[in-house]
Design a protein around this ligand. Structure first.
Ligand code: AMP
Length: 471
């Protein structure tokens, strides 16, 4: 079952900078990547002789204080912030993993999901290697350590040749930093410059900006970099015939102030909204977005349609996934715990409510109801992505068919279910147009069912077979 292999949308970070407080800079980098994972956080540092690490459960600011940062002295650091489904939330899965190897101490941080994790796991266990956690990332570490060859470049090359699926790795050894991106480039990874001699890698460029580093470029799909006193150099290049960057990064996951393929995510999201307005116009008085993730698309929709943009919901910024589980009475309050409507901008209005995606379908209905209670005359839901009909095995938390509302229901059925006056989604062609990039350079499997991994058939996966058997 999938629960045994927690999938991981995470944030990774790495820095090589002599003369800087690399642990503190990593802390701030992870803070900027907090949206990619709120379950655990960790930092490993090397001073050229020894590797020290600290990790724990919770948000970056909960895991680290001055006392935790103080022993983390050195000039190389990596960091990780982890997200996973509940049930696998345990300290054994927290990263970076650090251990002794034949080539000396190593620490590793991994973002993504290996689609052949079960096979790799079997291979590792068959070799007699014990595993302490249920995480793909530990398997990844063991595959890396178990590779042949005299140096890390060989081992990374071996890892890249046997791992399938999505991964970005930052690896720290005693005297170098490595960054690896999978051959399809499913998850983002970029490199930046800090001052004259420092180098930084991060899942998203927002983490570079936060610490004053300058974005240089994306790490290429299938590229592994080594960074030391001589700067960064490519040590492995093994791209797939095509790249397959996750479209959901553009839609929801990445921060709007991050750059992907030299485009600001915020600009792409505005364009998604403009496309949506062209495809699914409706007569209305105001356009609003579900904060915060749908705000840029709502602005784009308003610009294109000429309908004024307004704020209609205020979100409590401090409610995250680590929010204390509410009791039953509070749970019934549902979205009201998270959002309050602005009655004065909604009363008597025909509202276009833009959301970035509908995944399980638990959020839209209560928000529509909330807006009606606040006096909205009509609520027209517009979604700035196509219906999500297929699960993701490459790291986004939507792992099974039954949980996806657009798999179980048609658009008119969903419209009825969420009690909207109308519902329309952006088309897949519209989504691709909005990116302005080669349509064959993305993974859109959650919309199309076309998975980019060679020889990967999702119907062969046990959890899918079970899901279909249960229907
Ligand atoms: P729901 O349809 O109830 O699952 O909620 C979907 C909303 O949650 C979207 O509008 C996103 O803002 C956010 N979201 C996006 N992706 C996910 C995900 N993988 N898991 C949970 N929530 C997500």
């Amino acid at each position: 079952m999938f629960g045994d292999h927690p999938h991981e949308e995470c944030g990774v970070f790495g820095i090589y900078a002599r003369g800087e407080d690399v642990a503190r800079l990593t802390f701030f980098g992870l803070y900027a990547l907090q949206h990619r994972g709120q379950e655990s956080a960790g930092i490993a540092v090397s001073d050229g002789k020894t590797v020290n690490a600290h990790k724990g459960m919770g948000l970056v600011a909960q895991v680290f204080d001055e006392q935790a940062l103080a022993p983390l002295q050195g000039h190389i650091a990596i960091g990780h912030t982890r997200y996973s489904t509940t049930g696998s939330s345990q300290i054994a899965n927290a990263q970076p993993y650090n251990m002794e190897s034949y080539l000396g101490p190593i620490a590793l941080a991994h973002n993504g999901n290996l689609t052949n994790a079960s096979q790799l796991r079997d291979q590792v266990l068959r070799r007699g290697v014990g595993l302490t956690s249920t995480s793909d990332s530990e398997v990844a570490t063991m595959v890396l350590l178990g590779g042949e060859g005299p140096d890390w470049a060989d081992r990374i090359e071996h890892f890249v040749s046997c791992a399938e699926g999505a991964y970005c790795l930052t690896i720290l050894t005693k005297d170098a930093l490595y960054a690896v991106r999978d051959p399809l480039g499913l998850r983002p990874l970029c490199i930046g410059r800090l001052g004259e001699q420092g180098w930084v890698v991060a899942s998203e460029s927002c983490a570079l900006a936060t610490i004053g580093a300058e974005w240089v470029r994306d790490v290429e799909p299938g590229e592994a970099l080594m960074i030391d006193d001589e700067g960064p150099r490519t040590i492995v290049r093994q791209p797939a015939p095509r790249s397959a960057l996750c479209l959901f990064e553009y839609i929801y996951f990445a921060r709007p102030d991050s750059m992907l393929q030299q485009q600001l995510i915020h600009s792409v999201r505005m364009e998604l909204g403009r496309e949506l307005a062209r495809e699914a116009h409706v007569a209305a008085d105001v356009v609003m977005g579900v904060p915060d993730s749908a705000t840029p698309a709502a602005i784009g929709y308003a610009q294109e349609s000429g309908i004024p943009y307004t704020e209609g919901l205020i979100k409590n910024r401090y409610i995250g996934r680590t929010f204390i589980q509410p009791d039953d009475r509070l749970r019934q309050q549902g979205v009201k715990l998270k959002f309050n409507p602005l009655t004065s901008t909604l009363a008597g209005k025909r509202v276009v409510l833009v959301d970035d995606s509908i995944v399980r379908g638990n959020t839209s209905g209560p928000i529509v109801k909330l807006l009606r209670e606040a006096g909205a005359a009509e609520v027209h839901v517009r979604v700035s992505s196509p219906p999500i009909q297929h699960p993701c095995f490459m790291g986004v938390d939507m792992a099974t068919y039954p949980e996806l509302i657009a798999h179980r229901m048609t658009v008119p059925e969903i419209e009825k279910y969420i009690q909207a006056d109308s519902l329309a989604y952006l088309s897949y062609a519209g989504l691709l147009r909005a990116t302005g990039r080669d349509p064959n350079s993305f993974c859109g499997a959650c919309f199309t069912g076309n998975y980019p991994i060679p020889q990967f058939d999702p119907r062969e996966r046990d959890e899918i077979k079970l899901a279909f058997a249960a229907r």
